[in-house]
Design a protein around this ligand. Structure first.
Ligand code: PMT
Length: 399
């Protein structure tokens, strides 16, 4: 892979030279970018000799006026090792005052961060909060080791061994290809069902879960078609977004795009009811109460279950109780291959939250609980299980 190795100014910077050597040995292309502080610990010449490429440090050198943009676009993975507490804080808050931090904001691929610092700095609330921000963005954190630290103290904070970082890069590299050639159709967000030209019924779906699935699939090489209700999220990089508003529009776009899909994931919170005849004029406010006759919306998932063919179909179940039973019931009744069940109405999971805690009910009979995690990590686990499930189903069908 084409890897950018960002090196920050900690005593562990010398280990980054060993990391660069190992990556070159694995035939990766390595472009080293150093912070000013890093140059105090290791000379750029060391990395230039190891990688055969000039080391990038100065954002304002003439020849590199926009080099941070081209370097970001030409590379597939950004590895930052060691990542100091200061650099982690800058990344978390989007500061861009040198080559590495500017490059980070211009980079759209996967990011892997290997922190190294004194144990008290590692355990400080500020560092924890900054790391959580990076995790929520879907960055991989290679946890530091515990042990004797250069400052004479012992405890967590020592840069992970270069071999462990190379292994984490390998996992990231492998993941990048395991959905190549696949087309994934994903629905996300709420639908809005008009009551009149001014009002509508909707729900609290923010779209984060579906967008995390789209990001994860695109990052792993898939073609992604994302059919999205109205949300306040930027279109994920490299994803085809189809905007819809109502359940009827969502259904139409799902079946317009179904032929191209190999995997279908229905994360959208589709309204179950709507006004089948929407008045042309605003309902006037009268003293008397009003009652609305709502009809069921088309059940897109059930229809997909009937028309999926050889595609792998993943439904969701948003429940407030009996999660496992409900997820398994939907698996059967909608002819899904997997149902992702999540409890809603709880704090810090489900609707709007950056995290989710789900169970995966599989057609093979397994039910896999996943720990609460950022939605991007949940999304990666779902795809890991989707690929494993498809192999198991093909084996069971003898093909
Ligand atoms: O968007 P976020 O804020 O990140 O929140 C994520 C989420 C909670 C919305 C998501 O994880 C989730 O649970 N999505 C499904 C919500 C939902 O509608 O669940 P349900 O149990 O009501 O529907 C079951 C399945 O049928 C879902 O796959 C749904 O997409 C589908 N459905 C429902 C109604 C309908 N008319 N057509 C459908 O296809």
């Amino acid at each position: 892979m084409k890897i950018i190795l960002g090196v920050a100014g900690g005593i562990a910077a010398y280990k980054a030279a060993e990391l660069a050597r190992l990556l070159m040995q694995e035939s990766h292309e390595v472009q080293v970018v150093m912070t000013k502080a890093a140059e105090k610990f290791v000379r750029p010449l060391t990395f230039a000799a190891l990688t055969g490429r000039k080391v990038l440090t100065n954002l304002f050198a003439i020849e590199s006026a926009i080099e941070h943009i081209s370097v970001a676009q030409e590379h597939e993975l950004l590895v930052i090792a060691p990542a100091t507490a200061d650099l982690i804080a800058k990344l978390a808050h989007g500061l861009a005052d040198d080559f590495l931090t500017t490059l980070y904001l211009a980079f759209t691929g996967p990011v892997l961060v290997a922190p190294a610092m004194n144990v008290n700095m590692w355990q400080h609330a500020a560092t924890r909060a900054n790391l959580d921000t990076l995790r929520l963005r879907g960055h991989r954190i290679v946890e530091p080791d515990s042990g004797y630290l250069a400052c004479g103290m012992t405890g967590p904070g020592r840069l992970a061994d270069p071999e462990a970082i190379v292994e984490a890069i390998g996992r990231e590299a492998h993941k990048r290809r395991d959905l190549a050639g696949e087309t994934v159709l994903i629905t996300a967000g709420p639908t809005q069902e008009p009551l009149d030209p001014v009002r509508y019924i909707s729900n609290r779906s923010s779209g984060k879960m579906g967008y995390a699935l789209a990001e994860a699939a695109a990052a792993r090489g898939a073609r992604v078609i994302l059919i999205s209700g109205p949300v306040h999220l930027p279109a994920p990089h490299g994803v085809e977004v189809v905007a819809v508003r109502t359940a009827v529009e969502m259904r139409q776009k799902v079946f317009e795009n179904l032929d191209a899909a190999d995997i279908v994931i229905k994360a959208a919170a589709v309204a179950d009811f709507h006004l089948s005849k929407v008045p042309d004029h605003k309902i006037k406010k009268t003293a008397a109460r009003i009652s609305l006759e709502l009809d069921p919306t088309p059940d897109i998932l059930a229809e997909l279950g009937r028309k999926k063919g050889g595609r792998l179909l993943v439904g969701f179940a948003a429940e407030t109780q009996n999660l496992q039973q409900e997820a398994r019931r939907k698996l059967e009744s909608k002819n899904c291959d997997m149902v992702v069940g999540n409890l809603v109405g709880v704090s810090d999971s489900g609707f709007e939250s950056d995290q989710n805690e789900v169970i995966l009910a599989l057609r093979t009979g397994e039910t896999i609980p996943l720990p609460r995690a950022p939605k991007r990590e949940v999304a990666d686990c779902i795809f890991d299980q989707v690929l494993r499930l498809r192999l198991a189903l093909h084996a069971a069908n003898g093909n």
